[in-house]
Design a protein around this ligand. Structure first.
Ligand SMILES: CC(C)(COP(=O)(O)OP(=O)(O)OC[C@H]1O[C@@H](n2cnc3c(N)ncnc32)[C@H](O)[C@@H]1OP(=O)(O)O)[C@@H](O)C(=O)NCCC(=O)NCCS
Length: 181
């Protein structure tokens, strides 16, 4: 198993993490099909997103320590955000409440170092301790890294939604994966 660049740790996200989360997320908005969003998030939108992530619908960040003022690094107090994960309601209607949906994003230059696995395992533990029955992932079907990460963390594929999204002038399928808790 890959090991995270030492020492990466996981903590709850706080408002001061909004800009670092936004930078990681907006790269995917603008360059990949990992998210169906088409327009980059503003800082205000990212702050609002974080504000909605409380209680059972939490957001976590993966962080590593940085020296104050280190060149080229985003510094938030004494640590640097290198990834994030969150839980969101799966669907609005009330009977879906035992189910939750995850998202997980890792800074591109730090991929394949075990950070995604740390985040996803932790967010699934959080979902379990919050009393959810299962976690769903909705992954654009060509997202091999995300599908493999979720499989490595105990998710299994439960279906494909065909051509439900359109981005970069092509149709996108969505792979549904589920982990029973
Ligand atoms: C998907 C993502 C979160 C994976 O994060 P990561 O930190 O690189 O993943 P890890 O290093 O923890 O990998 C854990 C396991 O996932 C699988 N995996 C991760 N990346 C992979 C890749 N590119 N190809 C194949 N398997 C991969 C492997 O099984 C890996 O275990 P191993 O390294 O022991 O073989 C990251 O690639 C990412 O942020 N992608 C863009 C955003 C995205 O797609 N998010 C998901 C939206 S639902």
């Amino acid at each position: 198993m890959a090991t995270a660049p030492s020492p990466v740790s996981i903590r709850p996200a706080v408002a001061g993490d909004a800009e670092a989360i936004r930078q990681i997320y907006n790269y995917e908005v603008e360059n990949t099909t990992a998210t169906m969003d088409l327009v980059p998030r503003s800082l205000d939108e990212q702050v609002a997103w974080l504000g909605a992530r409380s209680g059972a619908f939490a957001a976590l960040v993966a962080v590593r320590p940085v020296g104050p003022g280190a060149d080229g690094l985003f510094v938030n107090g004494s640590d640097e955000v290198v990834g994030f994960a969150a839980l969101s309601p799966y669907k609005e209607r009330a009977a879906y409440r035992p189910t939750v949906e995850d998202s997980v994003y890792v800074r591109r230059d730090l991929g394949r170092h075990g950070i995604g696995r740390l985040l996803l395992d932790e967010v699934c533990d959080l979902a379990r301790s919050s009393g959810f029955h299962s976690v769903m992932a909705r992954i654009e079907a060509s997202g091999a890294a995300s599908r493999a990460l979720h499989a490595a963390c105990g998710f299994r594929e439960v279906g494909i939604e065909h051509e439900v999204g359109r981005k970069f002038n092509r149709w996108l399928d969505v792979c549904l994966m589920q982990k029973m808790l």
